[in-house]
Design a protein around this ligand. Structure first.
Ligand SMILES: Nc1ncnc2c1ncn2[C@@H]1O[C@H](COP(=O)(O)OP(=O)(O)OP(=O)(O)O)[C@@H](O)[C@H]1O
Ligand SMILES: [Mg+2]
Length: 233
């Protein structure tokens, strides 16, 4: 695992602040992040998410930004700035979920483009993502997912915005949402669009697991009426 100098300095600062005691190894290289495993000073396990376009010593990831229209005017400097915004937003959104008791990793700190949170899993092995769960009562899981989303929207007043069976972890019979950097408040102009997309993703997943998906239409109708951003329908 070779991190660039800047990221190493950020991890070092988190260590000197006592948020991280020790970094162990990578959990997952994603498109827009690198998640690594580590330990807190009380020896509990940590997930350390590095928002990136620059984690890899040599701009390997820049390619992803280059084909993306949204970043067509962005130079490297702006890409780096964007990662700071994502990290801060993810931290704040996780704080909000924690405050309202929505099941998700607990945020423990952030610094620059890095967010530190509790690790869902054990001994360095992350919990399964919902997409890879094979044996389970999917009807019950679907109910659980609906309760989770209801609390997310009605209590924490956030729309996840990237919800799918890839961004939910299944651990000790419970579902957790992860990947909160793009979540928006329910009065955001795109909240309605995002909520519909989130619920459609879950409906499609559970339907493919032979669960009746109509509940998701009812839920969408119910939750949409709570949105205040104007494009709820
Ligand atoms: N708190 C956590 N505990 C355990 N594993 C985690 C945690 N957070 C993230 N992971 C693991 O890292 C992966 C990527 O995390 P996340 O979805 O937040 O980042 P991402 O940038 O969206 O990555 P991807 O491009 O893979 O979606 C997750 O699918 C999960 O396997
Ligand atoms: Mg993800």
């Amino acid at each position: 695992m070779s991190l660039d100098h800047k990221t190493q300095m950020v991890l070092y600062r988190l260590m000197s602040r006592g948020v991280i005691k020790r970094v162990s190894g990578p959990i997952k290289y994603g498109k827009e992040s690198l998640v690594i495993h580590g330990y807190a000073t009380d020896d509990s396990e940590l997930a350390i998410k590095i928002h990136t376009s620059s984690v890899f010593g040599d701009d390997k990831k820049k390619g992803y930004m280059v084909g993306d229209r949204r970043f067509r005017h962005a130079g490297r400097r702006i890409n780096l700035k964007t990662t700071l915004v994502w990290a801060e937003r993810e931290y704040r959104n996780l704080r909000r979920l924690e405050k309202y008791g929505v099941r998700a990793p607990k945020p423990l700190g952030y610094e620059a483009n890095v967010v530190v949170m509790t690790f869902i899993g054990e001994n360095g092995v992350p919990a399964q993502r919902l997409i890879s769960v094979e044996k389970a009562d999917f009807g019950q899981l679907s109910k659980q997912a609906q309760e989770l989303i209801s609390k997310h929207v009605l209590d924490a007043r956030l729309v996840h915005g990237d919800l799918s069976p890839y961004n939910m972890l299944f651990w000790e019979d419970k579902l957790f949402v992860i990947d909160l950097s793009q979540a928006v408040p329910i009065d955001h102009p795109k909240a309605g669009f995002l909520l519909r997309r989130d619920l459609t993703n879950l409906k499609n997943f559970f339907t493919s697991r032979k669960v009746n998906g109509e509940d998701y239409d009812v839920l969408l109708h119910h939750l949409s009426s709570e949105l205040t951003g104007g494009d709820g329908q």
